[in-house]
Write a protein that binds this ligand. Structure first.
Ligand SMILES: Cc1cc2nc3c(=O)[nH]c(=O)nc-3n(C[C@H](O)[C@H](O)[C@H](O)COP(=O)(O)OP(=O)(O)OC[C@H]3O[C@@H](n4cnc5c(N)ncnc54)[C@H](O)[C@@H]3O)c2cc1C
Ligand SMILES: NC(=O)c1ccc[n+]([C@@H]2O[C@H](COP(=O)([O-])OP(=O)(O)OC[C@H]3O[C@@H](n4cnc5c(N)ncnc54)[C@H](O)[C@@H]3O)[C@@H](O)[C@H]2O)c1
Length: 480
């Protein structure tokens, strides 16, 4: 059995571990799919390239409020798709693979294109993609960066239906006339915006009474109102145009010639929903179940995440499993690329500095949902802060109350800040509206560096009359 200093399973965030400090190590890198993993090939990057395109395509729907009448003359799907994949992403993935396999920088690296599975402690067998013979290898250290995959609910008929997931929907040959999206989380919210803006009739199915239920309740409520199209104060940022079915559970899925039929239970009774395609967007499952982790003496949590400590070391039965590290979606409940990147830097440091371990910082993990409108969030929701018994003050500032918000005629967006009276520090920030993902950054910074609300608000200039005045005005309302 070939022995290595280091095995890395997965080339998403795992691909960034190797730098010049690893040149002295003999490394095996294993990848069963496209180089670069989910973010590059089927996640953050292509979705945001589509979201920006959708933002542009949807401006005519909103421009008349400014006295500008626009029309959308057409959408060239094949061109949009190929600009993203054929012209950019697929080239980067192929280039990354070629670099690891052929470049002299990587003469210390063996790349195995196949599926890894543990057979013992730090022992792995690889089934090659090309059908060749299974290879067994071992190493002193193993980094598990094998990510997650779309989870498919156990609904009668679904497994036999020709459904789409985030892995396949972006590469469709043609735009469908209609699409049902099962789920109401991140993926559903982003693709509903993308495909409805490109002219697809989108039906969104939510099991509960609100979309994006994990957000602060005010944010989830506003997003749901807008998606339903029932917000009537101008409704200019509305994602309306989606057919939103709340409190709806799916009993059975049936494929028919030309489409897919869902048999659903709704508050009004049983019914059916038909569309040309079905996108399943019901969460992601960590890939631990496919790795035979028990054979390596590794443990998983109830939700299937690989158990790790704050240094990203695998743990089992409360003890550290020597020489095994993990990062990203395989072990992280956040399932976000910036978290995977952070954990990758921690693992990278710790593998080569075993005497000076550094810990991951998960104190203030932000996220953004790139839908219509955008949402961004960091820290506690109001309900979580109250549950913790914090003495909080809450401020809410509308985009419509600041100069740039007037310029945009925004009547639906707002920022909600939550601060702890006992410390004068922010504990949560939530924004719904244009550029939310960019506007939230100074608040993440303040929380990460313990900057009090008062000095954040008045210890710096805020450019007038720019959009960040939304944040300045919200901060000034806080009585902490
Ligand atoms: C549609 C979508 C949009 C997203 N948008 C965002 C966003 O805007 N912002 C954000 O922060 N996050 C976003 N995410 C989440 C983000 O993509 C992930 O959190 C991130 O890519 C996880 O990185 P990772 O390195 O842990 O795993 P991955 O990038 O998934 O890498 C794991 C790699 O391991 C390989 N692998 C798995 N099992 C094996 C095996 N047994 N043998 C060999 N190889 C194996 C896989 O093929 C894969 O290449 C999005 C996700 C999706 C699905
Ligand atoms: N902008 C971003 O950062 C971004 C974008 C896309 C995805 N992601 C990451 O990918 C992960 C996966 O996204 P997602 O939207 O698939 O998951 P999610 O956890 O955000 O949402 C899952 C949705 O599916 C529903 N659901 C679960 N089981 C169901 C069932 N049996 N029947 C019907 N509905 C069901 C849930 O109620 C929820 O609405 C996210 O958690 C996120 O971390 C991030």
């Amino acid at each position: 059995m070939q022995h290595y200093d280091l095995i890395i399973i997965g080339t998403g965030s795992g691909n960034s571990i190797l730098d010049e400090r690893f040149r002295g190590l003999k490394v095996a890198m294993i990848e069963r799919g496209a180089f670069g993993g989910t973010c590059l090939n089927a996640g953050c990057i292509p979705t945001k390239m589509l979201v920006y395109t959708a933002d542009v395509a949807s401006t005519p729907a909103h421009s008349s409020r400014l006295g500008v009448d626009e029309t959308l003359d057409g959408v060239r799907w094949a061109e949009i798709r190929d600009r993203i994949f054929a012209d950019r992403i697929d080239l980067i993935a192929a280039g990354g693979r070629d670099y690891r396999i052929n470049h002299e920088d990587n003469s210390h690296v063996d790349v195995y294109l196949g599926t890894a599975r543990f057979t013992g402690e730090r022992q792995v067998e690889i089934t090659p993609n090309d059908g060749g013979a299974v290879t067994a290898i071992s190493a002193d250290q193993v980094v598990i960066a094998a990510g997650s995959r779309p989870s498919i609910p156990d609904i009668e008929g679904l497994a036999d239906a020709d459904y789409l997931t985030s892995d396949t929907v972006m590469r469709l040959e043609e735009l469908p006339a209609s699409m049902t999206i099962l789920g109401s989380g991140f993926v559903a919210a982003e693709f509903a915006h993308v495909f409805s803006s490109l002219g697809v009739a989108v039906t969104l199915i939510a099991r509960s009474a609100a979309l994006l239920r994990a957000e602060d309740a005010d944010i989830s409520e506003r997003f749901t109102e807008l998606a339903l199209g029932s917000f009537d104060e101008g409704g200019t940022q509305s994602g309306a145009g989606w057919d939103v079915r709340l409190n709806t559970s799916t009993r059975r899925v049936e494929q028919y010639d030309g489409g897919i039929r869902l048999h659903v239970d709704t508050p009004a009774g049983p019914g059916t929903i038909e569309s040309e395609v079905l996108l399943v967007a019901t969460g992601r499952t960590p890939n631990t179940d496919q790795l035979n982790v028990a054979a390596a003496g590794l443990e998983t949590t109830e939700s299937g995440l690989l158990a790790v400590d704050e240094y990203q070391r695998a743990v089992a039965g409360g003890d550290v499993v020597p020489g095994v590290w993990a990062l990203g979606d395989i072990c992280s409940p956040y399932q976000l690329k910036h978290v995977a990147n952070h954990e990758q830097r921690v693992v990278q440091h710790n593998v080569i500095n075993p005497e000076q371990l550094i810990a991951s910082d998960h104190r203030f993990v932000p996220h953004a949902v790139f839908s219509a409108p955008q949402i961004a969030s960091v820290g506690l929701t109001e309900a979580q802060a109250l549950e913790r018994g914090l003495d909080i003050d809450v401020a809410r500032q509308d985009y419509g109350g600041i100069a740039y918000g007037w310029a945009m005629e925004d009547s639906t967006g707002f920022a909600k800040l939550i601060a702890d009276r006992s410390t004068g520090l922010l504990v949560g920030a939530h924004i719904i509206g244009p550029q939310a993902s960019a506007l939230i950054q100074p608040l993440i910074q303040a929380m990460s560096f313990d900057q009090p609300v008062a000095s954040l608000a008045r210890g710096q200039y805020w450019i007038h009359p720019a959009l960040p005045e939304l944040i300045e005005n919200a901060l000034l309302q806080l009585d902490v």
